[in-house]
Every structure is written in C-alpha cells, then in structure tokens.
Design a protein around this ligand. Structure first.
Ligand code: MN
Length: 152
C-alpha cells in the first residue's frame, strides 16, 4: 500500500490531520494506539513499517491480557506524523470525531509472514508483551489481534 488512499479520503483544507508524506522515525519502530470517537468508538493500532504506519481499527478496547481475541480491521496506511496526532476531525469529513492517543511506544518484530501474520513485542505505556496479528482466512481486511501467553 501507499499513502494514496489516505490522501484521497481526506480534505486537508478542512481536516487538521497530517498530510500524506512518507518518512521514517529515527528508531523505525514506532507503535501507537489512538482512541477514535467517530460514528462508532474504536481504537486504531499503528505500527511503523517502511516509511508509513500500518493500521488496523479495533471495534473493542485492545487486550491487556492473554485470552482475549479482538477483531482488527485493516485500514489504509497512514503517514508517520499520524502516530501521535490528536484533534477533532470536522463533521462531514472521513472519520469525523475526536482522536486521542491511547497508548504509545515501540514495537519489536519477532516473526512475520508478510500480509498474513506479525508477531511482535510491544513496549507501550498500557500494552506490553508479545502480541500477534493474524489475518483471517478468506477475508482481505479482517485480522485477529491478541496477546500471547508468556507461559511455555
Ligand atoms: Mn479511526
């Protein structure tokens, strides 16, 4: 993906959201989750990868403990500047509503099958530990997000 879809969905003369541009952080592994009070409250998971933020929308609060599986709907890549964006997306615009940072930190990829599975360690303020994102079969956008049990 690229930032084209991000760009096309938004009117930047009306929205305070950051413009589309690819860039890299110094560390290259920023992690964040935003609480987004849109028409339906959801949480947006962001993982920095190759100059953009891979993004998933979680309809329910992100799991802090193992044993809770959450749907994570893949959404368009976002620019790195979006990771810690907070603000009000005006009524009538795409994703209208309040965006607040819910968690922030870094992630460390442990295993990856590109496009289908990512296993990574999160070091955030609310979430920490080993997490998995697994794409559901036969579905382009639906993934599962859960914390791995640390017991072997
Ligand atoms: Mn959102």
């Amino acid at each position: 993906m690229s930032l084209k879809e991000y760009q096309n969905r938004r009117n930047f003369s009306r929205s305070p959201e950051p413009p589309a541009r690819e860039q890299y952080s110094t560390e290259g592994n920023i992690y964040s989750i935003q609480e987004h009070h849109a028409s339906r409250l959801h949480w947006d998971l962001r993982l920095e990868k190759d100059g953009v933020l891979l993004s998933w929308a979680l309809p329910k609060e992100p799991p802090r403990e193992p044993g809770i599986r959450r749907l994570a709907v893949r959404t368009e890549d976002h620019p790195l500047d979006y990771a810690f964006f907070e603000g009000e997306i005006p009524a009538g615009g795409y994703g209208a509503g309040t965006v607040r940072v819910w968690d922030r930190g870094h992630y460390y990829q442990l295993e990856s099958k590109p496009g289908t599975e990512i296993i990574f360690r999160i070091e955030g303020e609310k979430l920490s530990g080993i997490y998995c994102l697994i794409k559901m079969k036969k579905d382009e956008k639906n993934w599962l997000f859960f914390k791995k049990s640390t017991s072997v």
